[in-house]
Design a binder for this molecule. Sequence first.
Ligand code: OGA
Ligand code: MN
Length: 295
Amino acid sequence: MEIVPVGPGFAAELRGVTLADVAADESAYEAVRAAFEEHSVLVFRGQDVTDEAQLAFSRRFGPLEITKVGSQGVGTNLVILSTIDATGKVVPADHRLAMRNRANQLWHSDSTFKRVPALASVLSARIIPARGGETEYVSTRLAWERLDQGLRDRLERSFAWHDYAHSRGKIAADLASAEERAALPPQCWRLAWKNPANGRTALYIASHACAIEGMEPAAAKKLLAELMDAATAPGRSYVHAWRSGDVVMWDNRATMHRGRPWPAHEPRLMVRTTISATEADGLASIRPPARQAAE
Ligand code: OGA
Ligand code: MN
């Protein structure tokens, strides 16, 4: 396996290894896992992508999320991201599917609003538009390391509330349905996630972050916006331009990502598997003290 760095201080393409190798072979898994802990975003090109291959690869890394209500693929381990309706047509821009894709174009980390946050996501491109539709990543580990020590000390003691309805509300007031709101109550996590494999800390924020525990709302909003801007400043990102056969895996503890727009009349179809974080992935480092005692 060859590791070729592709981004500004994070993100690497792995050559000479396939999804099937990782699914079948413990030593291939160990090598890819080590690269994942180190590089945060892994790119695999020229893969034989099927749902089954993607699922078998993903299962190696931990328990898979079950797709939530309101998403395409609900109840399975696959999330389908597309703007294609049941009849195979591309939906208009004001359709819920199109608005959901626009919500994915806000900088975020996956599943910060869930009771169990995500370790990693694995995304494959199945239908790719002729232009646009890239996925862009930043390292929140490097963002953390750029913050001054005083702010880091403060953030390490601070907890943010993450709410799915909040991020969807930025696109349309009712984009999160009543059913989704009921299933997804806001979650509170520390603003810093420490990776137990290497001791490195990352800023843990997302489009879903809406408040900071114990902080006046306007001041919290301002601080969250400043942290977002610093983390996503120009020149800090890796932009993945999708080709057929590509699979990208990222560490939701140490990165944020966003989809990039593409011409609305063109179809795009992506399939994601999402791996839940476990205690071994450092969950204790983000859990509020009250919940640590309760669990
Ligand atoms: C995701 C996501 C963005 C994209 O799969 O979690 O945010 O480019 N995707 O489709
Ligand atoms: Mn996402």
